[in-house]
Write a protein of this length. Structure first.
Length: 279
């Protein structure tokens, strides 16, 4: 089963155009989008910006891909630049069978391979906080808050760090939900594991990935773990993949103009990885 994976497109049409050409050329069975795929929301009007981008740009593209490749499935997770109102829109398309929205409370299977997704990340400087959590219980609160989607008012509202992070489970607790996917399975998680070649923003700073995600991968050992979030890490470390135990972890990275993506066979990922720039 041929998989095409990319992440962090951030609504850049040039990257979506290149992705469309790659889908046509490679004819994968699955396209997986690893979070932060959409245009950033206008805090004053997220429905007419980020949600509209999903409805007017992403879904028509997927429809065109599937018209050409009728058996193609498109899977996605959200990321820290996304909002809950965007998830609500994608859930409707998930229910309609137009896209598969992965999360960590349900398993999706295709041709004997299971898939689980996670959108959450540790705190970042970005203003959107819907999918940010403390990494581990007891971690210090960040110094600044941000905004979250309020479904009651139908708009965004400001949250202070103690209100947002103190009332939500840590990332490690999000992952401790009793999910036990059947083998073989693939984990699609926006944030990379901590202390790897996949989570460095520069050579002079330390790792910024998730300790909770690393512990989860090391404990459950999926066949492959697909990440993003830290765009520049492959250029900084010189590699887009790292093995944790039996699990191959991937972060293709991303640029503004050149698409970073990885192709592989879901049953033999370690023998079949192809990066659009590095291999």
């Amino acid at each position: 089963m041929r998989v095409l994976y990319t992440s962090d497109l951030h609504g850049r049409l040039a990257l979506y155009d290149q992705l469309t050409h790659l889908v046509r050329a490679e004819q994968p069975d699955l396209v997986i989008l690893g979070g932060d795929n959409h245009a950033d929301a206008d805090p004053q009007d997220p429905l007419s910006t980020q949600v509209a981008f999903v409805e007017k740009t992403v879904l028509p593209l997927i429809t065109a891909w599937r018209r050409r490749l009728p058996t193609l499935e498109v899977l996605c997770v959200l990321g820290n630049h996304d909002l809950v109102c965007t998830q609500e829109a994608l859930e409707a398309y998930h229910e309609a069978g137009q896209i598969v929205l992965l999360d960590h409370h349900r398993v999706w299977e295709k041709n004997g391979v299971a898939f689980v997704g996670l959108p959450h990340t540790p705190p970042s400087p970005y203003w959107a906080k819907d999918y940010e959590r403390l990494d581990l219980p007891g971690d210090p609160l960040p110094s600044i808050g941000g905004q979250v989607w309020d479904p009651i008012s139908g708009c965004l509202r400001h949250v202070e760090p103690a209100e947002h992070f103190g009332r939500r489970p840590a990332l490690s607790q999000e992952l401790d939900c009793g999910l036990n996917p059947p083998e073989p399975w693939i984990f699609v998680c926006h944030v990379p594991p901590h202390g790897t070649k996949l989570d460095r923003v520069s050579r002079s700073t330390g790792p910024i990935g998730s300790r909770a995600v690393r512990a989860f991968i090391e404990h459950l050992q999926p066949r492959c773990a697909l990440h993003g979030h830290v765009h520049e890490s492959p250029q900084v470390t010189g590699d887009y993949r790292q093995q944790l135990g039996q699990t191959w972890c991937i972060n293709p990275g991303q640029e503004h103009e050149r698409l970073h993506a990885v192709l592989f066979d879901a049953r033999q990922p370690d023998k079949t990885f192809q990066h659009t720039l590095f291999s």
